[in-house]
Write a protein that binds this ligand. Structure first.
Ligand code: SF4
Length: 233
């Protein structure tokens, strides 16, 4: 099995303070819009901001179910893929519940954001990630640079692939992860959903602070794709 990433040297003691600094009364995290209403937090899909016929949930744990399947009922193995389903509204009354829900939607992303904000995030280049694989995934390390350009360029692209901002490099020399991705894919200040479906809707929506979904190390799914490329599958 591909190993899980462990790119954090430490996480800040208070994600709350970071959230407070990043937020006003509304903010975006990936495809989610969070709005503060009095003392409550209202979460919805960004594309549902003006919809009223939404199914309402009130437990942070409901986020796990909402995030599990896409619109067509297919399982979502990559939670940062731009296929979060619409049609729901999640009402939460405390900040810990909000953090828990956001962690179900986008596991680990708030902690990574906090570590990045405090200058403590460590990234791992793709070659090192591939070199440490074992078992059936060991062969993935044989991938060529040309294949990396294609695989990363296709699998990680924001439009249809993944909404994370890539912070890792290809190798220890600091080579860009893929020459097939636009510069914005590596820019935490860029809203990755702006290159995905629904751009026209969002371009007219009120602006809101955006917390980036950061990628500090190639995920298991990308490692599996690299293996497939080497095997010619
Ligand atoms: S490696 Fe990072 S950016 Fe690429 S698909 Fe995996 S999580 Fe997304």
């Amino acid at each position: 099995m591909p190993r899980k990433f462990s790119g954090l040297r430490g996480v800040p003691t208070s994600i709350d303070s970071l959230l407070q600094a990043a937020l006003t009364d509304r903010f975006h995290l990936g495809q989610i819009l969070v709005q503060k209403r009095n003392d409550d937090f209202i979460l919805s899909h960004r594309d549902d901001e003006d919809r009223t016929n939404l199914q309402t949930f009130r437990n942070a744990e409901n986020a796990a179910e909402i995030a599990k399947y896409d619109e067509a009922g297919n399982y979502r193995p990559l939670k940062t893929a731009p296929n979060l389903r619409c049609g729901w509204r999640l009402e939460l009354s405390t900040s810990p519940e909000l953090k828990r829900a956001l962690d179900y939607f986008y596991p680990g992303r708030l902690a990574v954001f906090g570590a990045w904000k405090s200058g403590q995030l460590r990234t791992t280049n793709l070659r090192d990630t591939l070199d440490r694989q074992s078992g059936m995934y060991r062969v993935a390390a044989k991938i060529s640079d040309e294949q990396i350009d294609d695989v990363v360029g296709d699998f990680c692209r924001s439009n249809g692939g993944c909404l994370r901002t890539i912070l890792w490099k290809r190798d220890r020399r600091g080579t860009i992860a893929s020459t097939k991705l636009p510069p914005q894919k590596f820019d935490p200040a860029h809203d990755q959903t702006a290159t995905g479906p629904g751009l026209a809707t969002r371009a007219t929506a009120a602006t809101a602070a955006t917390i980036p979904l950061l990628c500090q190390e190639a995920c298991n799914l990308l490692v599996a794709e690299c293996r497939k490329a080497v095997k010619g599958e």
